[in-house]
Design a protein around this ligand. Structure first.
Ligand SMILES: Cc1cc2nc3c(=O)[nH]c(=O)nc-3n(C[C@H](O)[C@H](O)[C@H](O)COP(=O)(O)OP(=O)(O)OC[C@H]3O[C@@H](n4cnc5c(N)ncnc54)[C@H](O)[C@@H]3O)c2cc1C
Length: 575
């Protein structure tokens, strides 16, 4: 079909499905949509319809709709980075940018990573469910599937080298009646095709060994062993610490605001803190990767943020060891989401989630009572039905809720490729779920692209290992006493729920990637991650931040930016 015919077909399908008449043009496999739609959902549907045609490689969706929020670039704040020069600059300090940093540090390259936030991993990565998905639910034949499949298998080695908590807890798919039992051999075949080690239909005795206390009507199931859970906050720091050992430079609070291209090649990246020269630019900017592509003059895809909310239960409520899936839950999946689930974490907190909702704002991290109720009423009955003798799920044991957006392209697939227009630009974009599971494979693919183009020499001093300092709560009595003797601050417990000592908080404040906010400390130490959610320890953490950073307490933030916690004194103390 020629471009004009293809554009007409897309336009016709959009009108038929949404009633919206948008303008469509197609060039080099890229469909561009412009015009006006009556709603966000119609504009998103239009993008999906265009992407649904096989000849369309990507979709640039410029359709306007009421409430549309443009991406606004932040103003320049200084020139301190001007004059710096690197071989590679990576834009984006999420799990993908960090994993790429580590892979590239295997080579003799001068590497820098820039991140717009005050801390790493604060967008998609911090708001994910920390699950290493099996490739089972990802569409075969897509790049997403390939990366999910390969990445999943790499985690044992990567997490081992980086000293990060990682457990293969498995997904237990259970049949609740004899009709559903008929589907189990299909699950076995699917798992086998994903290289799962020896999946088989388990009888009740087999199920009891894995997940005791299932309802009497559950007689058969299949364990998909490849499912894992990982300490995602630890992982972010681990990647960064490993990269630091290998010579990578990090620039936080630094936004990319422009890309300089000369003679078709990358020359420099303009940032809010000055212009950095580079020959290679890796676009790993997550929810803003389409903007970085546009800044480089290579706009060929658009992202549409899909928000996910999750609720978390107190550690006292641990009804499952595995990710538990029933057929009714799988059946409730939507077209573009795996549908969420009942997911334990490495730290022992159960999660219900995430939801999936198209939203206006890529930065939307607001939690809502509607989502809390939706998640609870969807998963609590499934859990209660599958495990009737366990304590009933109770809204009172929900300790917190979080939300974040997925960076979805209209093709709903990953983009990992060198730019077709600008030499030295590599796009690693549209890495939505299961991007965490896929991260080591995505990083390897990005590395291959760069190595093939530039042939860098190996870094003979590359150190693959990083050793973490254990949390005080993980130590035995003898180790604790030794630590307290060497530094008495370890003898002072600040967070009672998670048993976090002052020594750990001070270490986090002065770490290689220093923590400056209450949440950054929480991500590194778990202070404030427990039942009281910082109700008890937050004032103490504020005191420590103020003392160690030598700033007024009023200037300390919850999570960077202007998220100040204290507004002023309520009472003047007379001296
Ligand atoms: C609700 C939810 C649940 C999920 N659950 C899972 C799960 O259980 N398992 C799984 O495998 N995947 C999951 N995912 C997907 C996974 O989180 C992502 O695929 C992964 O984190 C993507 O990492 P990233 O580095 O590409 O993006 P991000 O983590 O978003 O990182 C991109 C970074 O780029 C920075 N940046 C953007 N623009 C600029 C700029 N101009 N200058 C400088 N820096 C910039 C951002 O600040 C950000 O830190 C989930 C995602 C969501 C939203």
């Amino acid at each position: 079909m020629d471009n004009e015919k293809l554009a007409q077909t897309i336009q016709g399908e959009i009108v038929q499905a949404t009633g919206e008449k948008v303008a469509v043009s197609v060039r080099d496999g890229i469909a561009e949509l412009t015009g006006q739609a009556g709603s966000l959902q119609n504009a998103v549907d239009a993008g999906h319809i265009a992407a649904g045609l096989e000849q369309v490689r990507q979709v640039v969706n410029d359709v306007d709709y009421p409430g549309k929020m443009p991406v606004v670039l932040p103003p320049k704040i200084s020139d301190e980075l001007t004059g710096k020069e690197f071989d590679v600059v990576i834009v984006g300090g999420g799990v993908i940018g960090l994993a790429i940093t580590r892979e590239l540090s295997r080579f003799d390259l001068r590497i820098a990573l820039i991140e717009r936030h005050h801390d790493l991993g604060m967008d998609q990565t911090a708001h994910c469910n920390a699950m290493i998905h099996p490739a089972l639910l990802t569409e075969r034949g897509t790049l997403k599937w390939e990366m999910n499949y390969k990445g999943n298998a790499m985690w044992d080695e990567v997490a081992g080298q980086l000293d990060v908590d990682f457990k293969r807890i498995g997904t237990l798919v259970v049949a609740e009646n004899s009709d559903e039992e008929l589907f189990l051999p299909g699950v076995v075949d699917l798992a086998k095709s994903q290289n799962d080690p020896e999946p088989k239909v388990l009888d009740r005795a087999g199920l009891d060994r894995i997940e005791p206390g299932l309802a009497p009507n559950i007689k058969k199931g299949v364990l998909v062993w490849n499912t894992g859970v990982i300490g995602v906050f630890e992982l972010i720091i681990a990647y960064a610490e490993n990269a630091l050992i290998n010579g990578v430079k990090f620039f936080l609070n630094t936004s990319a605001t422009g890309v300089q291209v000369e003679d078709g090649s990358i020359r420099a990246v303009e940032t809010t803190r000055g212009t950095i020269k580079t020959r290679i630019l890796v676009n790993a900017a997550g929810l803003y990767s389409d903007k970085i592509a546009e800044l480089a003059g290579d706009r060929f895809f658009s992202l549409h943020p899909r928000k996910g909310e999750t609720i978390i239960f107190d550690k006292s409520y641990q009804p499952v060891r595995t990710v538990l899936a029933t057929f009714s839950m799988v059946g409730e999946r939507s077209a573009y989401s795996k549908g969420g689930g009942i997911i334990p974490t490495v730290d022992g907190n159960l999660q219900f989630g995430p939801t999936a909702e198209e939203v206006f704002d890529r930065g939307d991290v607001a939690t809502t009572s509607v989502a809390r109720e939706t998640l609870f009423s969807r998963f609590a009955p499934s859990l209660q039905r599958a495990k009737p003798h366990y304590t009933k799920p109770d809204r009172g044991t929900i300790i917190t809720q979080f939300a974040g957006c997925r960076a979805a392209t209209y093709k709903e697939d990953f983009i990992i490729e060198p730019s077709k227009k600008v030499r030295g630009l590599v796009h690693v974009a549209g890495i939505q779920s299961p991007g965490l599971a896929a991260a080591p494979a995505v990083a390897e693919r990005a590395k291959e692209i760069i190595v093939e183009d530039r042939h860098p020499a190996e870094n003979m001093k590359f150190e693959p290992r990083r050793v973490r300092s254990k949390h005080f709560s993980e130590l035995d009595q003898r180790e604790r006493m030794e630590l307290i003797r060497s530094n008495p601050l370890y003898g002072h417990i600040v967070c009672r729920c998670e048993h976090v000592s002052e020594g750990e908080i001070v270490t986090a404040l002065h770490g290689g990637i220093a923590a400056y906010s209450v949440d950054a400390i929480k991500r590194r130490t778990r202070a404030g991650a427990g039942r009281c959610q910082g109700g008890f320890c937050m004032p103490r953490v504020l005191d420590i931040i103020s003392r160690e950073s030598n700033i007024d307490k009023q200037l300390a933030t919850k999570n960077g930016g202007k998220s100040f916690i204290l507004r002023g004194k309520v009472k003047q103390v007379k001296k």
